[in-house]
Design a binder for this molecule. Structure first.
Ligand code: SF4
Ligand code: SF4
Length: 376
């Protein structure tokens, strides 16, 4: 019998009760009904120009951790097989390279996500040699360049992910004066590239990447492969919107000082660092909110100026580091003029609210203003 709940139409209550009576659908069943895949390989190459720092960073992820994803602790995810040379149980060599060759030859037993770490050199200008390679061609014994691997694997990948600023936009290796002509993955494959599943390249920048940013992105893609989440939302620079939609400044612990025109002039100060080189107001990054790992750190929060390491223009457009950003001079001058006045006024209010009201005393007379007529 449908209960009557005041203010709620009885049909709505009936529908809800009906839903509650339905047996719970297990995540695996939902995945099957949605036509999602049961198993995914992650083919991860860190043979781009990099320090392998993103691979190392991921070992600190907690939301979720790599172990949770690989050991099947998260309901609804497909089984995940990770092939990363540092995080793989094999000792490398042919055993490690086998799934890469299989994927290139359409022999892999499940769809794969291609993860690229490090910037992509321009092999059109390599002279007589090559810039970077991974494994050898079994037929010729010759090294296979990273670029050849990308050419072979990207069109067959279910999704393609660039991890870290080197792979996303070129990073430090791609700065002015570099000899390799290197670039980000989207510069190499084209910004309108689409994977086999119709997904654009997914960029997760950072130098190194914030570990949970990457793992959350991977989690979204895995749920998408399982048929349990919609298309991943990306901004114009192909970054996940929910991770890179806010600026460093909007999440900075020191933003209150900025607003009051109170600026640090050296690195020992807890105040806003814009005058000593912080680019936070114009940089998309959630690290001050999220911390570096386990919620700890987060550049400007702990005394490090933001140098824009997640940005397509990094590093050239942010140099010289530690000089006041050109735009920061104008905005901080304006902030200083009204901020100084606001700080003084707030100081007066702060003193007032730091004192208790005068009727709180132990005298013989009640001075709260209470009027006995109110209780009649
Ligand atoms: S330290 Fe940087 S990010 Fe923080 S308030 Fe100042 S300018 Fe903004
Ligand atoms: S706060 Fe700035 S320097 Fe720090 S990780 Fe984010 S973009 Fe890079």
């Amino acid at each position: 019998m449908t209960r009557r709940t005041p203010g709620i139409p009885s049909e709505a209550v009936a529908r809800l009760e009906d839903r509650l009576r339905q047996p719970e659908v297990r995540p695996e069943e939902k995945r099957k009904r949605a036509g999602g895949v049961d198993e995914v390989h992650i083919l991860w190459t860190s043979e781009g120009m990099s320090c392998d720092g993103d691979t190392v960073s991921i070992t600190a992820a907690m939301q979720p951790s790599l172990e949770d994803v690989l050991l099947g602790a998260i309901p609804g995810l497909p089984k995940v097989n990770l092939h990363n040379k540092v995080l793989h149980p094999s000792l490398g060599g042919e055993e490690f390279m086998r799934p890469f060759h299989q994927a290139a030859n359409d022999q892999l037993d499940a769809p794969f996500v291609l993860v690229v770490e490090g910037s992509i050199p321009n092999e059109n200008i390599n002279g007589d040699g090559y810039w970077t390679s991974m494994g050898n061609d079994p037929a010729t014994g010759e090294p296979i360049t990273l670029n050849t691997w990308i050419d072979r694997l990207a069109p067959k990948a279910w999704a393609v992910v660039a991890i870290g600023t080197c792979a996303t936009y070129g990073g430090i290796h791609a700065m002015a004066g570099n000899p390799t002509g290197c670039m980000g993955l989207a510069d190499y494959l084209g910004w309108d590239f689409r994977s086999k599943a119709g997904i654009p390249i997914v960029n997760v920048p950072g130098c190194p990447v914030q570990p949970d940013n990457f793992m959350e992105t991977l989690l979204w893609l895995l749920y998408q492969a399982a048929g349990l989440s919609p298309m991943i939302p990306l901004d114009e620079a192909l970054r996940p919107t929910w991770l890179f939609g806010k600026t460093v400044h909007e999440g900075c612990d020191r933003a209150g000082y900025y607003e009051q025109g109170d600026f640090a002039l050296d690195y020992n100060s807890p105040k806003c660092q814009v005058k000593i080189g912080c680019w936070g107001p114009v940089v998309n990054c959630n690290v001050p909110k999220r911390g570096w790992m386990a919620g700890i750190g987060g550049c400007p929060n702990v005394g490090g100026i933001c140098i824009g390491c997640t940005m397509p223009g990094f590093p050239d457009k942010f140099m010289p580091f530690m000089d006041e950003p050109p735009g920061g001079r104008l905005s901080s001058t304006m902030t200083r003029s009204y901020g100084t006045m606001i700080r003084k006024l707030r100081g007066i209010t702060n003193q007032t609210v730091n004192k208790e009201p005068k009727w709180r005393h132990n005298n013989t007379e009640l001075t709260t203003g209470y009027d006995p007529r109110w209780s009649r």
